[in-house]
Design a protein around this ligand. Sequence first.
Ligand SMILES: Nc1ncnc2c1ncn2[C@@H]1O[C@H](COP(=O)(O)OP(=O)(O)O)[C@@H](O)[C@H]1O
Ligand SMILES: [Mg+2]
Length: 370
Amino acid sequence: MHALKIQNIEKIYGKVKVLKGIDLEIQPGQFLILVGPSGCGKSTLLNMIAGLEPVSNGNIFIGDRDVTHLDPKDRDIAMVFQSYALYPNMTVRQNIEFGLTIRKTEKSEQKKIVEKVSKLLQIESLLDRKPKQLSGGQRQRVAMGRALARDPSIFLFDEPLSNLDAKLRVEMRGEIKELHQREGTTIVYVTHDQIEAMTLGDVIAVMKDGEIQQFGPPQEIYDNPRNQFIASFMGSPSMNFIPCQAEKVDGDMPTMQITLESGNEKVKVPIKQNIKGLEAYAGKSVILGIRPEQITQQGEEKPDSAMLNCDVELIEPTGPDTLVTVRINGVKTVCRIHPTAESKVDKLMPLLLDMSKVVFFDPDTQERVY
Ligand SMILES: Nc1ncnc2c1ncn2[C@@H]1O[C@H](COP(=O)(O)OP(=O)(O)O)[C@@H](O)[C@H]1O
Ligand SMILES: [Mg+2]
């Protein structure tokens, strides 16, 4: 039985359709991420699940209940927002207890719940403080504590970490994931941050312009993006998109090859992967999609590696590896090399392209070629 099912949900503001028929289903205990650029409709969808926004069309089920027209309080959900929205005059304890008091939970039971939740979130020492005596991270913990105290069927998070500084964000991200693993809670989590999406989600729905572009486990979406938008949105630095000429090779396998060029060097690279659709691009241009980690220094040869001497334009050490920007077929291409590998700006560097996982896109439609 699904924990949440969304059927053909639409939202229309005036004449603008901001959600264009969303279908989604998640199982109990799943962590669903709604990710996409700002304005794509993530918050609108979450608010409709919460009951804070009426739907224009479609239905929402939580478990076997049709909650489409129920009040938020009758939906058995708890929501954590980007801004912590704590009651400033109440202590941390009172903030956490508030929802329980409204629901007429017994005092002794409230005390137990506050104990459990504050231990879980490590805020036991803060229970008597007021929100203004807390740091941003502590406030966000309290806001989560308030949601957790409720033990709802589904937790809804709308960019809960985006007001925190980078270090705290990573810390809290880990804690949310641990909490989910330990408690087996069902979560719908909105973010525009693709790293949060990758690290937290069991399943990800990538949204754009009010539509779900792809739905699946994070690794599946990373390895098999359906179009160029998804490929560029997931992963940092982004996948490289290199326009290249495709040709048919007569004779045995492989049957297709592409031309890659850097500086004075030009190589023909056979495509050993079985991509049937590529044949339609013989004699035409096609977009090669290759991730930075698939281009690296010599000595890392794979069975399907191509070698190209590339002009180095920029070198950016990140610590564990170094990002080197070169130019291939006229476009800037980012490669991820070992920090000890030798590279110099304006010098040629021999690089290996692992062709075994590259993908291709149609230059006109930006759709994947299969
Ligand atoms: N109350 C509203 N009236 C009209 N348009 C709205 C309203 N709320 C949101 N929108 C529009 O709906 C779209 C989706 O917004 P939102 O769901 O907040 O996006 P996200 O959370 O992905 O950044 C945006 O184009 C936004 O301008
Ligand atoms: Mg939003």
